[in-house]
Write a protein that binds this ligand. Structure first.
Ligand code: AHM
Ligand code: MG
Length: 344
């Protein structure tokens, strides 16, 4: 175990800043604002059943889904804290249709952050783990006036940092700035995130597969073949996969990151003319793809590395298959027709 286990997240940021030649502290201030936002959201999530924040408000967000009060609180909190950091020039939220401009009273920084303020929010009423996901880019042309759609639509490979917070049995923040992945757990008694999971590496192969099998009949043949093989073919060799699916992306991802395995949200053909994924490229797939690659795993659409997908619009959806490298490679073989399986 790293001797740094137990250090505070602020200390960790400062140590990293000192190691980065020429660092100005801007990025550290941005991360600290994100951490503060998440502590506030954690407090609100923890009180969900006590105050009148639980339940629907009867409006829909830009994705056509019902927005819940906690989504709005989380969205406002992230927006306010990041804007006030003075380090961002624009924000993009899963909850808002357009790029969010930074109010004039704050300095304009050089970073753009995409975020999903409260992922898995349909689970709130059942007290299931939910999370916040964020993805950080440097603007393409510093100090050239207002940031543009071009700044907001960079491929995931250009991220300079990404992370998520899981509001679960404990509150854990996992992030990477391109030098491995670290996890911090909130100690509520002192209000600090402490390094609890240094240098996370995902197992090369896992036993867990996580997918909403209710969509089975709407998948492409390769995906159906892969899941059939996972359930029936693989066990013929004496090794069994086990199924785990929470329906809360951060929670499903976090478990598989630590234990090994594969998470799939493939495109479905409910509309045969328009196959599409459900998860969003910019605020869900890219940040988790960045983290899994930093942890030794892979993330693909089935045919393309997630981090190489060229974004066309900020709320673009994409198939996401992510996890242990050997498991993801086997899935790709099925989707690309190099492997097939039919149950006898
Ligand atoms: P959202 O709560 O931001 O809308 O996120 C979408 C959620 C993910 O957390 C989760 O992986 C997925 O939707 C589950 O979808 P389904 O219910 O179709 O299995
Ligand atoms: Mg989401």
């Amino acid at each position: 175990m790293s001797e740094n286990v137990g250090i505070t997240i602020s200390n960790h940021f400062l140590l990293n800043q000192q190691l980065t030649h020429g660092a100005t502290g801007s990025f550290t201030r941005l991360l600290q604002a994100m951490v503060l936002a998440c502590k506030i959201i954690q407090r609100d999530v923890g009180k969900a059943g006590l105050v009148d924040v639980l339940g629907r408000v009867g409006v829909t967000n830009v994705q056509g889904e019902e927005v819940q009060k906690l989504d709005e609180l989380a969205n406002t909190t992230v927006k306010r804290r990041l804007s006030a950091s003075g380090e961002v020039c624009a924000l993009v939220s899963e909850e808002e249709a357009d790029i969010i401009e930074i109010p004039r009273q704050y300095p304009q920084g050089n970073y753009i952050v995409h975020f999903d303020p409260l992922d898995g929010s349909s689970n709130i009423a059942a007290n299931v783990s939910i999370g916040t996901i964020f993805s950080i880019y440097r603007r393409l042309s510093p100090s050239e006036g207002e940031s543009t759609m071009k700044d907001a639509l960079q491929p995931g490979a250009r991220q300079v940092g990404a992370g998520y917070i899981i509001y679960g049995s404990s509150c854990v923040l996992v992030f990477s700035t391109g030098q491995g992945v670290n996890g911090f757990t909130l100690d509520p008694s002192i209000g600090e995130f402490l390094l609890s999971h240094p240098n996370i590496k995902t197992p090369a192969k896992g036993k867990i597969y996580s997918v909403n099998e209710g969509n089975y009949s709407f998948w492409d043949e390769g995906t159906r073949g892969y899941i059939d093989w996972v359930k029936h073919g693989h066990s013929e060799h004496g090794i069994n996969y086990t199924s785990r699916y929470i329906g809360s992306l951060v929670a499903d991802f976090h478990r598989n990151l630590l234990y090994g395995g594969i998470f799939l949200y493939p495109a479905d053909f409910k509309d045969p003319l328009k196959p599409k994924g459900k998860l969003r490229l910019m605020c869900e797939a890219n940040p988790l793809a960045y983290i899994i690659e930093q942890a030794g795993g892979l993330a693909t659409t089935g045919t393309e590395r997630i981090l190489d997908v060229e974004p066309n619009y900020i709320h673009q959806r994409v198939p996401l298959i992510i996890g242990s490298p050997e498991d993801v490679m086997i899935y790709q073989d099925f989707v690309q027709g190099k492997r097939t399986y039919r149950r006898a």
